[in-house]
Design a binder for this molecule. Structure first.
Ligand SMILES: Cc1cc2nc3c(=O)[nH]c(=O)nc-3n(C[C@H](O)[C@H](O)[C@H](O)COP(=O)(O)OP(=O)(O)OC[C@H]3O[C@@H](n4cnc5c(N)ncnc54)[C@H](O)[C@@H]3O)c2cc1C
Length: 476
């Protein structure tokens, strides 16, 4: 990497001073001799990208794998002293390039900080390090009869730190909210290496600005989360599960609006369009209704009689929206299998080519209009699109599918997604409901929120990270 003048603050187009990088590595080795520090090119290469398709990411100078908050704090302080950008990273499953490498920057992967520190049943909270996988945290608390709600479809491959970094959503947000709604307190390493604690175990706490909520979803640009205090629930009963099939995508959208409008609180309200139904059915042999234009997966986690009543009301809403057939899962095993198949929808589509997933959201009553706009944008440019997502949250994932090696894939993806972004904004929605702005949606953020809001965000960033050390060029 060419050496250039060192900037006052590391800007969006990050150019890193190679000599400063070498000095930083020497300082890290001297201050933290026991730290696992990867500087081999092959190792570093595996930290270049996250799961975002068509992204130009940089090769990190090195990858640090700290085990303690003190190590994270020392790393950040040294990086600041040497003006080397830092990329906080969890499991690297992100879909916005937030954890992708910066050429010559230091990636700090939190995967070795993966211990559950305390399960506090009396207060229904768990205190955990950020590197634990979401699925492992769920398992740990389930062993105590407790339930940690946030469940991104990627829950087996993503970390709690990454979930906090992105304010991850998932299949049961419709009832339990996004990751932010489960966070009570954090320990955060700031851009100069100081360590602060926000919040605690109290459910109600209005002391000062809501810093906990500010850090959640900030994609590693304001601080590195080294510990989190998260809300739990007593484990709900096994879920009751049904599928409803529809003759058109807007009909399924109308059913979603009817279910929400009826005041139901299903724990899952997921939509799959025709292309996704076929891909999932081909991949997992589920016996789905292959002629259907759309399908809803609807679940209740209420106790038996209440679940029966909730699903009966959902059936009425689906029938009112012209559902062609409705089936109930035979037992919890079949329900688990259907839910798992939905979680693997992206992988099923990836069997057919290169897939770029998007993440738009709208007020829930406008889901039918968003579905129409997605298909229209794809049709205008002859792009194959398969849409699924968390319809109960108004959050849909259009997936653009191209043959492997198609030279126009990246360009067409940009064109179609820009039109879909514009449609989502026009419907009063958002260009990203859960995956984050990261690196891949920065221009769209301006279109959605406008210059004044960007200005306020820049002020927040400058106050917390005046040198621009933390994940520069991401989000704003
Ligand atoms: C098949 C598939 C399905 C998915 N389904 C969903 C879904 O249903 N819902 C959803 O929301 N997402 C989903 N995702 C996206 C992704 O899994 C989530 O964004 C997840 O939260 C990322 O976690 P991670 O540990 O992989 O984080 P990474 O990708 O490593 O990092 C994500 C962001 O968080 C920051 N970060 C990581 N750790 C920390 C930390 N300790 N402190 C501060 N910042 C940090 C990073 O800098 C980065 O900006 C899916 C991805 C895939 C591949």
């Amino acid at each position: 990497m060419a050496t250039t003048e060192r900037p006052e603050s590391i800007a969006a187009d990050v150019v890193v001073d190679a000599a400063a990088g070498a000095r930083l590595l020497a300082a890290i080795r001297s201050a933290l001799p026991d730290l696992r520090l990867l500087d081999d090119p092959v190792d570093r290469e595996s930290y270049r990208n996250d799961e975002t398709a068509y992204l130009q990411a940089g090769l990190p100078l090195a990858v640090a794998l700290p085990e303690t908050t003190v190590e994270v704090s020392t790393l950040v302080r040294l990086a600041a002293e040497h003006r080397i950008p830092v990329v906080p990273r969890g499991a690297g499953s992100g879909l916005s390039g937030g954890a992708a490498g910066i050429e010559g920057g230091l990636t700090i992967a939190l995967t070795r900080m993966s211990r559950v520190l305390e399960i506090d049943r009396a207060n229904l909270v768990v205190v955990t390090q950020p590197g634990i996988l979401n699925a492992d945290l769920k398992k740990a608390v389930a062993a105590e009869g407790l339930f940690y709600a946030p469940d991104p479809a990627s829950y087996e491959i993503c970390s709690i730190g990454g979930n906090l970094g992105t304010n991850a959503g998932g299949l049961c947000c419709v009832k339990y909210g996004q990751t932010r709604d489960s966070v009570l307190g954090l320990e955060v390493v700031l851009a100069d290496g100081r360590v602060i604690r926000t919040g605690g175990r109290s459910i109600k706490d209005v002391a000062g600005y809501a810093l906990t909520h500010l850090f959640v979803g900030s994609q590693g640009t304001l601080g590195i989360i080294t510990e989190a205090t998260l809300r739990l629930h007593v484990a709900p009963p096994p879920r009751s599960t049904m599928l409803a099939f529809f003759p058109s995508v807007p009909a399924a959208g109308r059913a979603v609006a009817a279910i929400i409008g009826a005041g139901l609180h299903p724990v899952t309200l997921e939509l799959l369009d025709h292309e996704t139904i076929l891909a999932v059915d081909d991949a997992f042999q589920l016996g789905l209704e292959r002629d259907a234009a759309a399908m809803l997966l609807i679940e209740s986690d209420l106790p038996a009689a209440a679940a029966t009543a909730e699903l009966a009301a959902a059936v009425a809403a689906c029938e009112g929206a012209e559902a062609t057939s409705i089936v109930r899962a035979e037992d919890p095993t079949e329900a688990d299998w259907l839910r798992q198949a939905r979680r693997l929808a992206l992988r099923a589509l990836e069997r057919q080519g290169t897939v770029r997933m998007e993440d738009v959201g709208v007020p829930r009553g406008r889901v039918p209009e968003l579905l129409v706009a997605i298909q229209a944008a794809a049709d205008r440019h002859g792009v194959r699109v398969a849409t699924f997502g968390h319809a109960g949250d108004g959050n849909l994932h259009p997936n653009f599918i191209f043959e492997h090696g198609d030279p126009r894939a990246a360009e067409l993806t940009e064109i179609v997604r820009d039109e879909i972004f514009a449609a989502a904004i026009a419907l009063g929605g958002t260009v990203t409901a859960e995956h984050g702005i990261g690196l891949s949606r920065r221009a769209a953020l301006v279109d959605q929120v406008g210059a004044d809001v960007i200005d306020v965000m820049r002020s927040v960033k400058a106050a917390l990270d005046p040198l621009g050390i933390l994940n520069p060029g991401r989000v704003i």
